[in-house]
Design a protein. Structure first.
Length: 241
């Protein structure tokens, strides 16, 4: 059940049936000229909502902010620092634990390397400090990309705001898709750190959005929801026996 929609008695009742929670971590970040800034959060949240139809767990309200390094200068991106992200993850995890939750899956729709590292660091600290806590950190976008590149999408090097993400938003919120954006791939001068990220990646797209379809998006959600439901069951076995 969604914690945001529960009453205190609802929470206490569900706690008798499961002590596992999923926390969706997203971002408010540019996704080309055609996708909403909430794209990362929407994708992970939808996967979690589909998984709820297969297995019972606590679904915490999503966090709509993350650390966005490569896109921080693109219009609309609202980035928080890695330290702020770590503290938020710690506080949410500690609060769930205080109320009886013993298994927490942190499901991130944003795939930034430093963003994910900050989450993993915070969750490691939680596991070290809370003796009965079992925790997992998953990048939901990585699941979609893995499944998509294996059998569903046509763009070999598809990524941010490309065929995968455009297909997924077309599937759940077509009214929020504003046409498309040109195919593009960033030109960061690796291993150097780009000072002018807009110059290296002006359109904010990695891939070819024009190849997206709602059908591809729906197929990807079925696969990511199945993987999340399976992970929830594994977590429940660890914490509930």
């Amino acid at each position: 059940m969604k914690i945001a929609h529960m009453t205190m008695p609802d929470f206490e009742s569900l706690l008798k049936r499961t002590q596992t929670a999923v926390v969706v971590l997203g971002s408010t970040e540019e996704h080309g000229q055609h996708l909403p800034l909430d794209t990362d959060t929407m994708q992970a949240a939808h996967t979690a909502e589909l998984a709820l139809k297969e297995v019972e767990f606590f679904l915490a309200p999503p966090l709509h902010y993350g650390y966005c390094r490569s896109t921080r200068d693109h219009p609309g991106t609202l980035s928080i620092s890695p330290n702020t992200l770590r503290m938020l993850v710690r506080d949410i995890g500690e609060s769930l634990y205080r109320h009886g939750v013993r298994g927490v899956i942190f499901l991130s729709g944003h795939a930034g390397r430093i963003h994910m590292a900050a989450i993993e660091e915070a969750v490691q600290e939680l596991v070290d400090e809370l003796d009965e806590l079992e925790a997992a950190v998953v990048c939901e976008y990585a699941w979609a990309a893995e499944e998509g590149r294996a059998a569903i999408v046509d763009t070999p090097d598809d990524g941010h705001a490309g065929e995968i993400e455009t297909s997924r938003i077309m599937s759940i919120a077509p009214e929020l898709v504003s046409g498309t954006s040109p195919e593009e791939y960033p030109a960061f001068p690796l291993p150097f750190i780009a000072r002018d990220k807009l110059a290296a990646w002006p359109g904010g797209v990695w891939g070819d959005p024009s190849k997206a379809t709602a059908e591809k998006g729906a197929a990807l959600y079925r696969l990511t929801a199945k993987r999340l439901a399976a992970l929830v069951r594994r977590m429940q076995e660890r914490v509930e026996g």
